[in-house]
Design a protein around this ligand. Sequence first.
Ligand SMILES: [Fe+2]
Ligand SMILES: [Fe+2]
Length: 301
Amino acid sequence: MSDNVRNALVERIKNVQAMPTVPPTLLPLLHMLELPADQWDMRKIVDLISCDPSLAAQCLRMANSPLFGRSRTITTIHAAVITIGTGRLWDLLTAFCLMDLAPAEQWLLDPLSFWEHSFGCALISRHLAQIVGFSQPDKAYAGGLLHDIGEMVNSLLFPKEFRAAADLAFTEEISLVEAEQYVMGISHCEAGRLLADHWHMPEDLAQVIRCHHHEVAPTPEHAALVMIVSLADLLCRVRGMDYGYYEAVQVDLVADPAWLYLVREFPRLRDVDLVRLSHELDDYASEAKRIVAAVFRTDSK
Ligand SMILES: [Fe+2]
Ligand SMILES: [Fe+2]
């Protein structure tokens, strides 16, 4: 691909008219993560939800769903927030924000597979963060959830080119990032970073989006977060939690840059029982499917 074509693609991304708009409650939700969950201001969260009719309706629907087994009907946002509980609240609120980002017909990848991969990566990122003692496990969850958001950008803005890249990935069983570089000269990481800047996302999450395939090195202060999500993404793909196609992932875990970084910075990772971890990954795959089914209501079809 010539530099001219690549530059034209970058220019198209920078055209603010064409970029997806940030869901109004997403940034306040991301900023909540600067504090631990036990310090969140519930009054502010209730106000935030109440200002967004779609989010409010989703919260009430979820609180009244069989998932929470309440005998009485929940009718207020405050009661819905208490019912859902802080443990799941942030996960569900961000899911509700993201689910309407793009209409299903505009996705070139299967959106359910995409979100199952993203939620699976989010759950595993948080788990890895807890294992290694990273101070912001919920931030790792957010990084996992958003790391591939650039694929949505490529899908919406460059449908023809992204279709060709996806076809190449499917037929050659290679990673999407390789196929995108080959066909488009711009990966979902670069496209995602432009979206992250356009949305004024926190810098640590923007670096997760840009650096999770090691195309560019993160800055030292955000490297741990990036590497946790990068490793979680790799584990997801190895376990078949990918984008709905078979990817022949050749993994030498102990030679992977993310693993090497993390065992150096968090030596306790060396003691992790990898067999047990792989069983836990299967549990997270099921949990990711449950979240996506509940949020996207595929369970009721
Ligand atoms: Fe990716
Ligand atoms: Fe990914």
